[in-house]
Design a binder for this molecule. Structure first.
Ligand SMILES: Cc1cc2nc3c(=O)[nH]c(=O)nc-3n(C[C@H](O)[C@H](O)[C@H](O)COP(=O)(O)OP(=O)(O)OC[C@H]3O[C@@H](n4cnc5c(N)ncnc54)[C@H](O)[C@@H]3O)c2cc1C
Length: 408
């Protein structure tokens, strides 16, 4: 016998209870809309808990258009400009979250990402927003007869006049974002730029990375695709047995993933001493040599000891050494993939939504928010800023649409 299906009716349905979905729900409910969240796992906001190494870098004081990467960067910036970092700060302060700033990054004063989720949960509770857990959409469509969206799950059907898709990407699947959001967007007529891992460690071919594993050094990474410079970044490089990690590697990784996807030959150069020129390095090595100090010892005065060992066993020539310190080569063969990335590049094209409202151009009454869309931010709070901004705009617009219908 077929199990009896339960039916739930709400003005606004939101699929995905992560950063963007929670923001959209709060924003819409504050406008007096009956909103419900559908979450396919048994917890909400799981990814938030692991952000910023458990501390949650929720936005950044320094905002620039180039920190929001997309096939349509200007549109991404247009959307972020509608709900700025100041709006994010004010939103969380109003929820009772005490904040702190570290090098531009905004964190909860408690240094615990759990505080961010806690205040969001309290607000959901205060606004009386229902959450349907373990709600795995099987079918999603616009019920033309009833004039509303219908989301079918095992044993239940959910109806909403308006729908917000906020199901995230396929980065860090264990948190719930398993890529199923792309299929849902596709069911409602959207296309998808292939999702690629971003903010992710890089895999390098050369065997010396295994020997250098554990080295942490200030440096610069410059990335090339078919010999053309694509991106660079400075900061603490972390050498691992498979290749290169650390924030500078994360920052350039989306360009590596894209180029590899396009079958380009991807290489990187590591500069382990960006503060000195080749000539200055040569001079320093030579000066020590003249005092009778061996090359290895001269290098240890400048570099991490493991690096100094690796370099000096290759050559004693000071010019070659200086060049190698400034230009340590790597052939990039891959990234550590979706399980190890923080975000995905790619997703639903921004050309398929109205940037003034986040409403789909393919399906009226449907709105999209968060990482499901083709935007990946730089490391430093920009991905959450995108989630808050797009979620806020989607929630406000969907609610206004519903209220507008009432007025009529
Ligand atoms: C390790 C790590 C550290 C990070 N640190 C930072 C940081 O410090 N600062 C920063 O700005 N960004 C950070 N990010 C990125 C940031 O967390 C994400 O960009 C952001 O959470 C995306 O929000 P979202 O709402 O689009 O998706 P998510 O937060 O992934 O939420 C999507 C939700 O939808 C649910 N869902 C998925 N599919 C379905 C479905 N079919 N049906 C129902 N529900 C579904 C998921 O279970 C999930 O709850 C980090 C990411 C990771 C992995």
């Amino acid at each position: 016998m077929k199990k009896k299906e339960t039916e739930h009716f709400h003005e606004l349905l939101i699929i995905g209870a992560g950063a963007s979905g929670l923001m959209a729900a709060i924003r819409a409910a504050r406008q007096g809309v009956d909103v419900a969240l559908l979450e396919h796992t048994d917890k909400i906001g799981r990814k938030l808990l692991i952000t910023g190494n458990g501390r949650c870098n929720l936005t950044n004081q320094i905002q620039r258009p180039e920190y929001y990467r997309s096939h349509h960067c200007q549109t991404a910036w247009q959307i972020v400009s509608k709900f700025t970092k100041d709006d994010t700060i004010a939103f969380f302060q109003e929820l009772g979250l005490l904040l702190r700033e570290r090098s531009g990054g905004i964190y909860p004063w408690s240094n615990q990402a759990a505080s961010v989720l806690r205040v969001l949960k309290s607000e959901l509770y205060y606004l009386g927003i229902p959450i349907y857990y373990r709600a795995e959409p099987i079918k999603l469509y616009k019920d033309k007869k009833r004039g509303c969206f219908c989301c079918e799950t095992e044993g239940a059907r959910y109806f909403g006049k308006k729908l917000i898709l906020a199901a995230g990407s396929k980065a860090a699947e264990k948190t719930g974002s398993d890529g199923s959001g792309y299929a849902l967007a596709h069911m409602l007529g959207h296309s998808i730029y292939p999702p690629l891992p971003a903010l992710v460690p890089l895999i390098a071919k050369e065997p010396y990375f295994r020997r250098l594993a554990g080295v942490r050094a200030e440096g610069k990474i410059t990335l090339y695709g078919n010999g053309r410079e694509m991106a660079s970044d400075i900061g603490e490089l972390q050498i691992t047995e498979y290749g290169i990690s650390g924030i500078p590697a994360f920052q350039v990784s989306r360009y590596a993933a894209e180029a590899l996807y396009e079958k380009k030959h991807v290489t990187a150069e590591l500069d382990f001493c960006p503060c000195l020129t080749v000539q200055e390095l040569e001079y320093r090595i030579e000066k020590q040599k003249k005092k009778g100090i061996r090359t290895r010892e001269a290098l240890i005065g400048i570099l991490n000891e493991k690096l100094a060992d690796e370099l000096h066993t290759r050559t004693e020539n000071r010019k070659e050494l200086a060049e190698r310190i400034k230009c340590f080569p790597a052939t990039i063969t891959g990234t550590k993939g979706f399980d190890f990335c923080q975000v995905c590049a790619g997703g639903v094209p921004l050309t398929e939504i109205d940037p003034e409202t986040m409403e789909s151009k393919r399906e009226k009454g449907l709105y999209l928010a968060g990482e499901l869309l083709d935007v990946d931010g730089a490391c430093g709070g920009y991905n959450l800023q995108w989630a808050w901004a797009s979620g806020h705009l989607a929630g406000a617009s969907a609610a206004a649409g519903i209220k507008g219908e009432y007025i009529l």
